[in-house]
Design a protein around this ligand. Structure first.
Ligand code: XMP
Length: 514
């Protein structure tokens, strides 16, 4: 039986991935496609339902993102959200124009509880609104099923046709009962049964990989991060010793990290695979000598990584498959899925395939969101510690050291970062803060230690929470914890005599401190 699927049609809204994630949290598989996708292609996927996302345009403007009228006639339920709702109304004969009152933020919505969409939803419920235009007149055939003080048509439905339009955003958490609404759409309206479960995914993937690889040789570049680790373990469960993992230690990892990766994936670890660790620290340090500019450092580290991997790949010789830890947001953000522009081109989108002698790429996590990759990791029996690893940049500490990278500075930032992480965990904050780390500034200043004058570096502590990595809020760390971290760093790490706490959000900062 084919896996059931909901298709999200992306009109350029900022929450496109969130919509798909929420649907998957309902245990229904979901994929994002641009509004430019051919209708025949969408029909051929036999979706159980279609969701139209929000978008930045006004649907009555020339050249605004649109879709064919036929989309509403293929007999599959359609849910329009915000721009998607307005577009549905406009195309089907309603009228959309600039709203007399712009709604933004948490707004009380009164819903018609007899609608299938609002089953078990409170009559008055808080929803997230963000719109300048509104549905002035609903299209014929529809009935209004929700309103607010300023918005007479906050939702409308045409029950027999399975068409639903809502002005607010059920996918964001500010819409208190939004998940229930999406759940209702998927189960009560689209009739899904919920066959997207991670244990089943793991089982099927292992079987499919085994069949695909046959007796072939597989090569994987292992970074120790979540994605490549989960991909490697999945392959090792599928084909065991036919898999070789190359781990390049560039000397820019966190304290003890290289050894930790070796413990898990090396010969004394639990997995059946060939593990090659390349200790290339000195090569990287010498290439980075005298380089201060962060983009240059990124380039040098990226290129050197390729060189080292290339040399190893040559020793191994031809392989049949190369494993990559691509995940679904990479697919969407590189412009292949939805509408969003290429945002993170610098993130691990490498040229690996160009220089390895291989026949085909395998991307076992290509369909998954990050939280799903973590679930798959746990299903595969990988330790929670590894699975819940924080994001760590490919160029590693190379970019968390401002200015020139030297082995001495690497040691300083490694030690400071380890102390910081240890104290955060001791204070029980490690589960609540999204990402936190120490970075070494390029500033030296005078201090006093015992009776000695010092002229040493300042370290910066960073801690943020983020939902989508595009924006981030500062995580508040209690003063006692900061103070303890400061004391320990100054006492235990030679070369550091000041500790800063970076309170910059993103924007205007970035999450990394580079
Ligand atoms: P920025 O600093 O751009 O970071 O706000 C956003 C998120 O991406 C992580 N990051 C990277 N991840 N390779 C990665 O895999 C990279 O080169 C890289 N640079 C930044 C960063 O830690 C944050 O989570």
């Amino acid at each position: 039986m084919d896996r059931e699927k909901i298709v999200v049609i992306d009109f350029g809204g900022q929450y496109n991935q969130l919509v798909a994630r929420r649907v998957r949290e309902c245990h229904v598989y979901c994929e994002i496609y641009s509004y430019r996708t051919d209708l025949e292609q969408i029909k051929a996927m036999k979706p159980k339902g279609i969701i139209l996302t929000g978008g930045p345009n006004s649907c009555y403007e020339e050249g605004a993102a649109t879709c064919e009228k036929e989309l509403f006639e293929i007999g599959v339920p359609v849910l329009g959200l915000c721009y998607g709702a307005q577009l549905m109304m406009q195309i089907l004969g309603g009228h959309v124009c600039k709203a007399p009152v712009r709604e933004y933020g948490k707004i009380e919505v009164t819903v018609d509880q007899t609608s299938k969409l609002f089953e078990n939803v409170s009559e008055k419920t808080i929803c997230w609104m963000s719109h300048n235009d509104y549905i002035e007149e609903k299209a014929p055939g529809f009935r209004v099923i929700a309103h607010t003080r300023d918005c007479p048509t906050a939702a409308a439905q045409w029950d027999e046709k399975g068409l639903y339009a809502i002005q607010f955003h059920p996918e964001v958490l500010h819409t208190v009962e939004g998940f229930k609404m999406l759940h209702n759409f998927v189960y009560r309206i689209c009739g899904c049964v919920g066959d997207w479960k991670m244990d089943a995914f793991v089982e099927t993937s292992i079987r499919t990989l085994r069949e695909k690889v046959g007796k072939g040789k597989v090569l994987c570049a292992l970074s120790g991060g979540v994605d490549s680790s989960v991909a490697a373990v999945m392959l090792s469960k599928a084909v065991g010793g036919q898999l070789t993992c190359v781990f390049v230690d560039h000397g820019l990892l966190r304290k003890n990290e290289g050894d930790e990766v070796e413990e898990v994936f090396g010969p004394s670890g639990p997995y059946d695979l060939n593990f090659i660790r390349v200790n290339a620290q000195d090569r990287f340090y010498s290439k980075l000598k005298g380089v201060e500019e962060p983009e240059n450092k990124r380039k040098i580290i990226g290129e050197e990584f390729i060189r080292v991997f290339e040399e190893e790949a040559k020793k191994i010789g031809a392989v049949d498959f190369l494993v990559q830890g691509t995940i679904y947001p990479d697919v969407v953000e590189s412009g292949l899925g939805g509408e969003s522009a290429v945002i993170k081109s610098h993130h691990n989108v490498g040229g690996l395939p160009d220089y390895v002698d291989f026949k085909e790429i395998i991307e076992p996590l290509r369909e998954l969101f990050k939280d799903e990759v973590r679930q798959v990791g746990l299903e595969l029996g990988i330790s929670e510690k590894l699975v819940n690893r924080q994001p760590f940049p490919g160029p590693g500490l190379g970019i968390r050291i401002i200015g020139e990278v030297t082995p001495k500075k690497v040691r300083m930032v490694q030690e400071a970062d380890a102390i910081y992480r240890e104290e955060i965990a001791k204070a029980g904050l490690d589960k609540t803060i999204g990402q936190y780390f120490a970075a070494l500034t390029n500033m030296r200043s005078v201090g006093v230690m015992g009776d000695e004058r010092t002229y040493d570096y300042a370290v910066a502590l960073r801690a943020v929470n983020t939902v989508d990595f595009m924006t981030a809020e500062i995580a508040e760390i209690p003063f006692e914890v900061l103070s303890k971290v400061m004391n320990r760093i100054i006492n235990e790490v030679k070369g550091i005599n000041r500790v800063f706490y970076d309170i910059t959000s993103k924007p205007p900062g970035t999450i990394e401190f580079e």
